[in-house]
Design a protein around this ligand. Structure first.
Ligand code: HGY
Ligand code: MN
Ligand code: MN
Ligand code: MN
Length: 405
């Protein structure tokens, strides 16, 4: 199994030497280096690497044809993110091909390894952009116009990476070839940490979404402007941050405000504008709506109190995803064969995934690999090497089961 070699090659790409976190984002230099690594490693395995119209990479074992099985994940990270979220699924897919070949498998249906662009939305704000474009779930014109913190558009960044942004759009042909898609992913929580199980199957992905918050007040002098004369957007913004926590706590849900920008951002000036993003998630849609309503209500009340204009725009929406039971149970049964004891966990998650988008178009399943820290979206994200090897073997078993059916 070549996993350790693959991991040793990939791990340094885009890693900040000080924090140990990763900065791989759509079309930046680290992303290009990670994509080149994948392309080289796939070609070294005689896989035919193709780039779809949205920049997603598809490495084929066998000619693309109906009945194909696919696996893969993403290589991009959140800002200063962990090493495993995404890349573990990609490196494990390559290593699983090695395992299947060592087993002498010559599949009579094609296997595709996929790398999806901008899953985290770390640069352009909207998650799962590559697979949403290919699945026809987001307007290409909207994507082309998305901007990063420096004002660079997706179209400009994609063109600089050598791809044609005019080509963006749905790719029903590729998705139509797929009979099944399986994503292996590091677990983003501690459900496996205190169990004998290194791998688990996935049951559901919570509904979740992202809302952009823009508050516009009035820039003014921090020292001479009387409090009663201020329209300071930071105040309703601060209230909104607290409301996210309070509303999530009241509904046993999750809500976070991040990606904060204040303009101008001086120490002795009242900002004119403050923007941020609300990330809200809950086990069901009605709870999610209640959480967001609570946050929005407090933001509107506080903005009015301070004479600040508020704009709230939903930027992404992921419905609850229930992975198909037949495929889920089939995957769990395959995992049971090597489980250290019966009862392979089948886990819900509040984390979004490319598989959660694909699930509306292709029978989809997920595997999780134990994360003893439970921490993710942080340099402290972790998976033990031996658990990674168990994950590769499990993925190979699942792919073999699907390829031979
Ligand atoms: O945000 C998420 O849940 C995923 O990690 N992209
Ligand atoms: Mn090598
Ligand atoms: Mn992530
Ligand atoms: Mn991920």
């Amino acid at each position: 199994m070549d996993f350790d070699h693959l991991w040793a090659e990939l791990a340094p790409v885009g890693r900040d030497p000080d924090s140990g976190g990763y900065h791989r984002h759509a079309w930046n230099a680290a992303d290009a280096e990670a994509r080149a690594w994948f392309t080289d490693a796939a070609r070294a395995r005689d896989l035919d690497v193709r780039t779809d119209r949205n920049g997603n990479l598809w490495a084929w074992w066998g000619e693309p044809a109906p009945g194909a099985v696919a696996t893969g994940s993403h290589l991009d990270s959140v800002p200063d993110g962990g090493a495993f979220d995404g890349p573990l699924g990609v490196a494990s897919a390559l290593a699983a091909v090695d395992v299947l070949r060592e087993r002498g498998l010559t599949p009579d249906r094609p296997l595709a390894l996929a790398v999806f662009v901008e899953e985290e939305g770390g640069r352009f704000g909207v998650p799962c952009l590559g697979i949403r474009l290919t699945a026809g779930e987001i307007d290409p014109d909207r994507v082309r116009a998305l901007t990063d913190a420096d004002g660079t558009t997706w179209a400009e960044a994609m063109a600089r990476a050598g791809l044609d942004p005019a080509a963006l759009g749905p790719d029903p042909h590729t998705l139509g070839l797929l009979d099944a898609f399986v994503e292996l992913h590091v677990e983003q929580g501690r459900h496996l940490a205190d169990t004998p199980h290194a791998v688990a199957a996935a049951s559901t992905v919570w509904p979740h979404g992202r809302w952009r918050l823009d508050l516009t007040g009035r820039a003014d002098h921090a020292g001479t402007t009387r409090l009663e004369d201020r329209a300071d957007p930071m105040l309703p913004f601060a209230r909104t941050v607290l409301a996210a926590r309070e509303s999530a706590a009241a509904h046993d849900a999750r809500a976070t405000v991040g990606k904060v920008r204040a303009v101008p951002n001086g120490t002795n000036a009242i900002a004119s504008r403050v923007s941020g993003w609300l990330d809200a998630r809950a086990a069901d849609r009605s709870t999610l709506e209640a959480v967001v309503a609570g946050v929005r209500g407090e933001a509107e009340r506080s903005a009015a109190e301070h004479g600040v204009e508020l704009r709230v725009a939903q930027e992404s929406d992921t419905p609850v995803v229930e992975f198909p039971h037949a495929l889920r149970d089939r995957v769990a049964a395959v995992l049971e064969r090597r489980a250290p004891e019966p009862g392979v966990p089948v886990l819900p998650t509040g984390a979004g995934h490319d598989a959660a988008v694909l699930a509306a178009h292709v029978p989809t399943a997920m595997l999780y690999v134990r994360n003893p820290t439970g921490v993710s979206h942080s340099p402290h994200e972790w998976a033990d090497p031996e658990d990674c090897h168990v994950g590769v073997t499990a993925l190979a078993d699942v792919l073999q089961d699907l390829l031979e059916r």
